[in-house]
Design a binder for this molecule. Structure first.
Ligand code: X8Z
Ligand code: ZN
Length: 628
């Protein structure tokens, strides 16, 4: 799979907090955009005279912004949809133009927002002002019009280069989907190496563009009071950027023992397959052997690491192919899960406007995404669906975004976002955790539910390769970007820093030497050229188990967490709907409390879910040297 975050979701203006973010600028900043000029405060008034309340002005300001922003977001969403589903010079230019206008408006609005700091301002208005100031998408633009134009151009161009990327030998070219077919399924070391190197080559031309992009976006971030773009990204979690950094670290400390056990076991199995000279004991795993172009999820190497060969396992891909599923039928299956919970059917326009297949006649961005282009329940997905288990899960993931849009589209635009961005990413995944063997049997996709301990461990291994393997990857992408944005990592060290983090967190290494400045391997991952923050996926991997546990409790489930499916349980659906409908209107701990009863992100439910596998892994790894 691949995928992205649609502009629509991206436009999901980040959530905010009353305490996060830098101090407001001391003086009102003159806005360039006439539309957002608020009534000037009487700054010449005697300091000792009581200041007139800003409450009414502030409210009028956010109300006006809401309408004006909506029009600009819709214009940009339309242009982005056109570009994403048909990459040409013209669509790239149109998208860049629309985003430039949106960025110009946002810059003015954010500066104006910082001038309202009266404690009398009502809570909703305060929250909107805060949300404006922590918006990550579009990136903050410098006020110099030439620089802003260039920033918008770079954004469109980088995503276009990634979308059109191909590895060619002579005149024979392979696109990402074809290269992924090799990486996901081949067991030939050299074939895997060729596909891996081929894809990573597409990023080489992105390096200078990315460097320029970083400079301009940082300039924009500084103008609105942040040290750099990374600090702005970290400001959108209802706590200070420094607190958020610690929070992500705390969660990583909670889950890293799970990852270390999985890594140890998988490394041993890969050494059996490819030899200890290629997969060294106590060393790093070569990144091209893990069944995924970015080594982020490893479910495709399940046959190499199956705990109990011959015992029950789940081959959903085979079942889907056998039952002659096509793209639409896969999406209908996803929708039917949501409607079984009592959520609404997708609108008719979803089926007319979505892109489910890779078109043969034009270039598109295949990375999956979910949209509400017109912000009026104009739901769509864009995906180059393959008939396999991975894409079935991705379809649920995307529909999770769509259902969030559906339940909050009547809110003011500034509240049309997840409680935080990790919530948005976790909804569909939480639902997909209910795709249990019992549920698949109910659908007639499999005949038997694995009933014994061996079958359970096999199943949990499949899940762990998807969920646990991802955790360090989810964490390190932004670790790299935060350092790039802050200047801690100089442009001459982009690749060195990238592989240092890949080694530190994931315990993996590039298959061949990848020196700077020749290579730019971070750029071969969609979210870097598309500038989509990534910590959201790390948070989502953990949150989805919290949601799952809470929804299972609402559904009356009493057995082990890994056996729960909420299919058909409207009590769970009611809880979910209530949280979705909040959008970003409240700080995220409130939304979390509404669904789970706790205000803290916590990996305990994930650890509980994988309890049986964890015990088994620890046994298996007893004779091995773990770590790297
Ligand atoms: O990008 C995505 C989604 C779209 S928001 C398909 N994901 C990340 C990725 O592909 O790298 C979902 C899992 C992580
Ligand atoms: Zn997503």
């Amino acid at each position: 799979m691949s995928r992205t975050f649609p502009l629509a979701a991206l436009i999901a203006l980040a959530s905010l907090a009353t305490c996060g973010g830098p101090e407001p600028a001391k003086k009102p900043v003159k806005t360039e955009t006439k539309k957002v000029e608020a009534k000037k405060e009487d700054t010449k008034a005697d300091d000792k005279a009581p200041k007139p309340s800003q409450a009414a002005d502030a409210k009028a300001f956010v109300d006006r912004v809401d309408g004006e922003l909506r029009a600009l977001i819709v214009a940009s969403g339309k242009a982005e949809w056109d570009k994403n589903t048909n990459i040409t010079d013209a669509t790239e230019k149109a998208a860049a133009d629309a985003n430039e206008k949106l960025m110009e408006y946002m810059a003015g609005a954010i500066k104006q927002a910082t001038t309202y700091n009266d404690p009398d301002i009502d809570p909703d208005t305060k929250r909107k002002l805060h949300l404006l100031r922590v918006t990550a998408s579009p990136p903050p633009a410098p006020s110099d019009p030439d620089k802003r134009k260039r920033l918008a151009e770079l954004g469109a161009k980088m995503e276009g280069i990634y979308g059109k990327g191909k590895a060619c030998e002579g005149t024979k070219c392979k696109d990402l989907g074809q290269l992924e077919d090799i990486i996901n399924n081949s067991r030939s070391y050299d074939e895997l190496l060729a596909a891996w190197t081929g894809w990573h080559q597409i990023a080489v031309e992105l390096r200078p563009l990315y460097q320029e992009f970083v400079g301009l976006a940082n300039e924009g971030a500084k103008e609105i009071g942040y040290k750099d773009l990374g600090e702005l990204w970290r400001a959108s979690y209802d706590m200070s950027p420094a607190e958020f950094e610690q929070e992500a670290e705390r969660l990583w400390t909670q889950v890293s023992p799970l990852y270390n056990q999985l890594h140890c076991y998988v490394r041993g199995k890969l050494a059996d397959k490819y030899g200890k000279d290629r997969v060294p004991e106590a060393g790093l795993i070569p990144a091209h052997l893990l069944g995924n172009m970015w080594a982020q999820e490893w479910a495709n190497i399940y046959p190499l690491v199956e705990p109990f060969p011959g015992a029950a396992s789940l081959d959903v891909t085979k079942a889907l192919v056998k039952a002659k599923y096509d793209e639409i039928k896969m999406v209908k299956l996803g929708e039917s899960f949501f409607t079984s919970l009592g959520l609404d059917p997708l609108p008719a326009t979803f089926w007319e406007r979505s892109m489910f297949q890779k078109p043969k006649d034009r270039e598109v961005v295949c990375h999956a995404s979910a949209w509400d282009v017109e912000l009026n329940d104009d739901l769509r997905i864009k995906m180059c669906i393959k008939i396999n288990q991975e894409d079935l899960v991705t379809i649920h993931h995307e529909l999770g975004h769509n259902y969030y849009y559906h339940y909050y589209y009547t809110l003011p635009v500034l509240f049309q976002a997840g409680a935080h961005d990790g919530f948005h990413e976790a909804i569909g995944d939480a639902i997909a955790l209910s795709i249990t063997p019992a549920y698949l049997k109910q659908l007639g996709l499999i005949k038997d539910v694995p009933a014994d301990e061996k079958g359970l461990i096999n199943l949990q291994m499949q899940d762990a390769l998807e969920k646990i393997a991802f955790l360090p990857f989810g964490k390190l992408i932004d670790q790299w970007r935060w350092d790039v944005f802050s200047g801690k990592t100089a442009p001459e060290k982009y690749n060195e820093a990238w592989w240092a983090l890949r080694a530190k967190y994931q315990g993996i290494a590039p298959p061949t030497s990848r020196p700077d400045p020749e290579f730019f391997d971070a750029g071969a991952k969609y979210h870097i050229p598309a500038n989509v923050p990534y910590t959201r996926y790390f948070l989502a991997r953990i949150l989805q188990f919290q949601f799952h546990k809470a929804l299972c409790a609402a559904a009356g489930h009493t057995g082990p967490l890994h056996e729960c499916s909420i299919y058909g349980k409207t009590a769970a659906g009611d809880k979910l709907k209530a949280m979705l409908a909040l959008g970003a209107s409240k700080p995220w701990p409130e939304a979390l409390e509404a669904i789970t009863g706790t205000r803290q992100m916590d990996a305990a439910p994930m650890i509980e879910y994988f309890g049986p596998l964890l015990g088994w892994l620890e046994e298996q790894n007893k004779g091995r040297t773990c770590g790297w």
